[in-house]
Design a protein. Structure first.
Lengths: 344, 344
């Protein structure tokens, strides 16, 4: 009996790896990885995520391939989970060798998704936000909030985050977790207060019911909006009038038009694909006064980049264990004989 | 730190479970499970598998859900793998709770796919083959062959299998593995010899290049053909003229019309969905003379049934281990804090 062992990164190993490398370094590294893959965007197989919806949430598979490596992520989104003490979003992912179809990495992705989501946000802001931005409003202080704050510090030089959440306890948690990390945090009592003086406004809320986080009069000229929370049909965070005033940048239009803020607009409303800005094929911000909006849903190529980063970091280290996941008999035609011989 | 542990069935555990239960019993059980799910076919979310094709093979994700449980399988198909000593098909699968989106089972499925494929073939034959069939031709003696033989013995009462493969060594392996299991095996030198006297003809070949395993003059009236091997665009096993003479039964027409034998026919050529026969909504075989053809590609609901069967068998036993796959902080909004505390 021959076993084909797949390296597996558990939740515990992922946490230890991130702490070992340092969270801000991971953010900077992930931005470099994701940028590199966005630059070669046309090389990837792209398909909208495959979603299985229910009354209470969604389970999605997000596959992609660059022709050499195939990757996919399993991810759920269940807003009601939080009230039961469960994660709204959990995930795991896999890389496989296109040449053989054999898996080469299985990894937890609940933490990795939080990291890559924040890294992608900061990457977009690096290309779109006003130069020299130092203050960010962070509306929605749940599981993603601290990751966003540290990504923007590490990648964009943000020095102050102005925090607001419907639940002050979430804001307090965020202030506590960010203490001593070189960021000034300001707990605010309203969203209006949070956006005062902010060059960047990040919205990262999870509740389907709370549809309009930002109204039109709240957003001044020149601001960069990083809209992270909207990510399924019927779930949006921004009033439509803001969208009409903004230069809109997206990951993959066929997915974003269904799932995100721009589902409120005509299907042919102009949007720019972020990868084209990064590859030098499209303009980013066109003036200091323009409102830029990164209407983010999360795309498979970001997960692919993150998984490849992890694969490179864990190979041959104690940050992964080997999983007996693929049957691999000595004679490939003798699968049955392998089963029989397991008795011995 | 709280861990959310997912039961994992390794290759080794799957082999031991199958031997513990007995292969023929597993086949009979799986047919019962798959039949039960085919009877409630309309309840399932159905989508064609999501395929990522390359020059050398395909990687596919096959999701489905019955509204309570979600399942998907990762599976590759790489005909050239065998020459490198690798499996043509490897797979793993997952079940999750629709209510929370949390995974509840991760399992190897290379062996489980071999089992469920054979069980599905035998199930179809139980409904479509001539009553009292005792002899089956088995053309293609690779990794799936013995599973097919034993499924047809256990479920349909087959007593003799007539084996043929382009490579006599594959046939010899099959004869060896089936020795002492209550089946008469006859090694044949040609496909024509193999089908002599056979009421059921099973074709289960893997090579894309060998397109026509059965020609029209080889198939007499009344035979049931179990065509397992064709499973991607451009890969077929039967001459088109056989299809035109046969009553054709399929799993999920949108998938089968692209991937399997009937890709040779007009897109509106009549086919019957097997689940309708099992649910009493459509006729099966219409006469003793009819050629019936089960044009099988494998469908997500079969994997779902097989995974649920395994989940029920391994719960609380030594046939699974617990995998630290899902991050689950005490406070679901405090994912970041959980990472920080991993340092302790």
């Amino acid at each position: 009996m021959t076993l084909n062992l797949v390296p597996f990164v558990s939740v515990d190993s992922m946490m230890k790896l991130v702490l070992h490398l340092g969270i801000e370094r991971v953010m900077v590294d992930l931005v470099a990885e994701i940028e590199a893959d966005f630059r070669r965007w046309p090389m990837f197989d792209k398909t909208p995520r495959i979603a299985s919806h229910s009354d209470v949430g969604v389970i999605e598979l997000m596959p992609t391939s660059d022709g050499q490596t195939y990757g996919f992520k399993y991810v759920n989104g269940h807003p009601a989970n939080m009230k039961r003490g469960l994660q709204t979003v959990t995930a795991f992912g896999l890389l496989a060798d296109v040449e053989t179809g054999y898996p080469v990495l299985l990894s937890e992705m609940t933490i990795l998704t939080a990291l890559r989501t924040a890294a992608t946000s900061a990457m977009a802001a690096k290309w779109l936000a006003p130069k020299g931005s130092r203050v960010m409003a962070l509306i929605g202080n749940g599981a993603q909030a601290e990751f966003q704050a540290l990504a923007f510090k590490a990648v964009c030089g943000i020095q102050e985050v102005r925090l607001y959440d419907l639940d002050p306890a979430a804001t307090a948690k965020c202030v506590r977790n960010l203490a001593g990390r070189g960021l000034r945090t300001v707990a605010c009592r309203t969203a209006e207060e949070a956006i005062l003086g902010a060059e960047i406004v990040t919205t990262v809320t999870a509740d389907k019911a709370c549809a309009t986080i930002l109204t039109d009069n709240m957003v001044g000229s020149g601001v960069h909006i990083n809209a992270v929370g909207g990510d399924c049909p019927g779930k949006t965070e921004l009033h439509r009038d803001i969208l009409l005033r903004s230069g809109i940048f997206v990951e993959f239009p066929p997915q974003t038009r269904v799932e995100d803020e721009i589902q409120q607009l005509d299907p042919d409303h102009p949007v720019t694909e972020l990868w084209q800005v990064i590859a030098g094929q499209a303009a980013g911000r066109n003036s200091a006064e323009q409102i830029t909006l990164f209407d983010s849903v999360g795309f498979a190529i970001e997960d692919f980049a993150a998984l490849r980063y992890v694969a490179g970091k864990v190979k041959g280290t104690e940050f992964c264990e080997m999983l007996d996941m693929i049957a691999d008999p000595d004679d490939p035609r003798d699968l049955f004989g392998m089963v029989l011989r397991a008795a011995a």
